[in-house]
Design a protein around this ligand. Sequence first.
Ligand code: NAD
Ligand code: UDP
Length: 320
Amino acid sequence: MARILVTGGSGFIGSHLCEELIRRGHDVLCLDNLFSGSRDNIRHLLGNPYFEFVRHDVIHPFFAEVDHIYHLACPASPIHYQYNPIKTIKTNVMGTINMLGLAKRVKARILLTSTSEVYGNPNIHPQEEAYWGNVNPIGLRSCYDEGKRVAETLMMDYHRQNGVDIRIARIFNTYGPRMAINDGRVISNFIVQALRGEDLTVYGDGTQTRSFCYISDMTDGIVRMAEAEGFIGPVNLGNPIESTILEIAERILSITRSRSRIVFSPLPSDDPERRCPNITRAKERLGWQPKIALDVGLSNTIAYFKDKLNRSVTVGREAP
Ligand code: NAD
Ligand code: UDP
């Protein structure tokens, strides 16, 4: 049994990761400031003797005796990370320095959940880890993109200079149960709109692409990366099956049998035109590739949101 710190542990990916680590017999300490995460996501774990929640902001130092750190804390949806861009940069820079300082002090292994956004609006396709990216350093997305690029730099420098045992995972678009209703990312937006009978808001003409990975595949990949020996990454984790955003809207309308219409609104600035991971490295080094088909993942996620929307009508509001 390892003592594991999960920052951002009450968020979408973090809560699934906490659950998976407990299932594997570990002792989990979940740290979160509840900015975009929710107690609802971890409520079922709160009574578990191997789970502990601490409300804490990673821009402030934190000390605990742990063996591994999974450093996820950072809002991931564009509307959340652009809400307070300076805070997003502080979270990525100061938060990562604090977690690396802790890892150095207690000799813990630390994994960073970096992002496909480090590739920006990519000039090569699909994106492989050796590609350095095409990122606008002064745009609306740069607080997140550049923040994660600095976080990767910090990871590498603590590794080279102080011998910290690091892992860098570059995560591509991930979806599934426990995304927030107001998350603002495309899959949750379209599902909530379809279930409420509202128009599905496609930004731009919908020809931009993304590659969507289901949450259980992602947590499996992250844990494999954290437990890999002699491989620090970076490694792409994502589903290499690429779809246009319009195709996603149509799939969701079809599975929900919704009568909602598709409407088009302006594309946000710096919105990447296409994104698809080359996962050769993950296959070779981790023996990992996604297993869950898009329709299966979408159906599970739709079932989750149906239940969540029914409950929020009954309870009156979402719990923080
Ligand atoms: P999320 O917003 O659901 O979770 C992020 C969690 O971090 C939330 O619980 C939030 O409250 C917490 N947090 C934010 N700032 C914090 C701070 N200063 N101190 C403490 N906690 C803080 O997002 P997610 O989708 O679960 O993403 C988790 C990680 O994975 C992030 O690092 C994100 O950059 C990365 N990632 C996610 C995706 C994706 O498609 N979901 C893609 C690429 C990378
Ligand atoms: N998008 C959309 N409608 C929405 C939300 C998002 O058309 O209601 C588009 C968005 O412009 C982008 C893609 O869907 O091209 C993925 O957006 P998301 O915010 O999920 O992730 P990211 O842009 O960070 O990959």
